[in-house]
Design a protein around this ligand. Structure first.
Ligand code: C6P
Length: 414
């Protein structure tokens, strides 16, 4: 049994929890137990302060003004890009495109890369555990280009089999798009191996990293990913902001996604020429505070250390699974050997919505439903699950509360 205040390495995670003001709230008269960080994480004071500082002291549009305030805002904004490039070890800041989040990043690639490279009959290979954001944009691209979607099946343990994946690659495959860490099961996919196998056939790969970057060190150059996408709000940063990493060799060839200010070099009524990377893909006034908040979140995570965060969450995950596994009639979904930060389960005879509602009455916030992975839920023949998802600020006490709450709710509902 672990001590409630685990100290992984030299990091005191109890003190880290105190950085998150919202975790001091009560919910329905009970101390909040927040177990829905996969949907959106809470934000530390350092991120909140950075946002406040921007709007109080630096607010001006970027890349436009000759005046000093605008230059200061531009510097702070571009510093966010440098931080993001460092965070994922991008080869160049030109490869870091600011977007609204993972969904927009994938839509950008599906639309722009799709228009340029997808031909009728070309195949886009995804897995059966994708979030809707890594399914629907490809379906739209298929409708527009005549390409077809292929899906690597998911096993009972919630994994893909690498030889099945390999066999589904062909000279028709135009792109592989796969999730790094499943938001519904916690499965960590063998993306390095998948990329290696795809590249052996000269097939580019997009990785949906929304649920990976908050929990582990990601190095896009070591992975050799062609595109890597993630959202700031799941990694302690602000909502409505995210990163599309893309290799320069692809981004240079891709047409703009949206038109407007910022993304142009010259405009006449006859012809427009486009700005250089990354601005070619950033039409209009960007979310300046988003970049600044993301940098604060990155600095916060890097100070703790991604390896420490990963180790801490792994301990918590094991602890949570141990606490829950003795409960009568509990069934877990997602038993991958490599798993991160998500516990998805059902209780026999209990609808997940009812369980989630009763847990909420006890101050415990979990997500219930299909988690935007309807095809995956259909694969398991269930309408949805109850999902507890972890972040660095959770504690063993949170998981004790969850286990006690599930037992209590189960007794009330069965
Ligand atoms: N998953 C969840 O509760 P956006 O909304 O664009 O920031 O991220 C979309 C997205 C894409 N891929 C994965 C793997 C995701 O988990 C998500 C968001 C949330 O699981 C909200 S549905």
């Amino acid at each position: 049994m672990l001590n409630p205040s685990i100290i992984s390495g030299k990091i005191d995670f109890d003190r880290i929890r105190a950085d998150f003001p919202l975790l001091q709230r009560e919910m329905n008269g009970k101390p909040l137990v927040f177990l829905d960080s996969a949907a959106s994480s809470q934000k530390p004071r350092q991120v909140l302060d950075a946002l406040q500082h921007y709007y109080t002291h630096l607010n001006a549009n970027v890349h436009r003004g000759v005046y000093k305030l605008s230059q200061e805002a531009t510097d702070a904004f571009e510093s966010g890009r440098r931080a993001a490039a460092r965070f994922i070890n991008a080869g160049s800041e030109r490869e870091v495109i600011f977007v609204r989040g993972t969904s927009e990043g994938i839509n950008l690639v599906a639309s722009s890369f799709g228009r340029k490279f997808f031909k009728p009959g070309a195949e886009i290979l995804i897995t059966g555990m994708e979030h809707h954001s890594n399914i629907v944009p490809w379906q739209l691209a298929c409708e527009q280009t005549g390409a077809v979607l292929k899906v690597v099946p998911v096993t009972d343990s919630g994994e893909i089999e690498i030889d099945v994946f390999e066999n589904m690659l062909s000279d028709r495959t135009a792109l592989v798009a796969a999730v790094h860490v499943s938001n519904a099961l916690g499965t960590v996919n063998p993306v390095e191996e998948m990329i290696r196998l795809a590249h052996a056939r000269a097939i580019p790969v997009l990785i949906d990293g929304a649920q990976a970057v908050p929990h582990m060190r990601v190095d896009v150059q070591a992975l050799d990913a062609d595109f890597y996408v993630f959202s700031a709000h799941k990694m302690l940063g602000p909502t409505g902001f995210g990163i599309l990493y893309g290799k320069e060799k692809w981004l240079e060839q891709m047409p703009p996604y949206q038109g407007g200010g910022e993304m142009i070099k010259t405009v006449t009524f006859e012809k427009t020429t486009y700005n250089e990377l990354p601005f070619k893909f950033e039409a209009g006034t960007p979310d300046i505070s988003g970049a600044i908040g993301l940098e604060a979140a990155i600095n916060y995570m890097e100070k703790i250390g991604l390896d420490n965060i990963q180790a801490r969450e792994h301990e918590l995950l094991q602890y949570g699974l141990d606490q829950l596994s003795g409960i009568d009639g509990i069934r877990f979904y997602g038993a991958a050997k490599q798993k991160a930060s998500v516990i998805s389960f059902l209780l026999d005879g209990v609808h997940p919505f009812d369980l989630g509602t009763l847990l909420d009455k006890m101050g415990i916030a979990v997500r219930t439903g299909h988690h935007c992975t309807q095809p995956l839920m259909a694969r398991f023949g269930i309408p949805g699950t109850v999902r507890a998802s972890l972040a660095l600020y959770n504690s063993t006490e949170d998981l004790d509360q969850l286990a006690a709450g599930v037992i209590r709710a189960g007794n009330m509902l069965r």
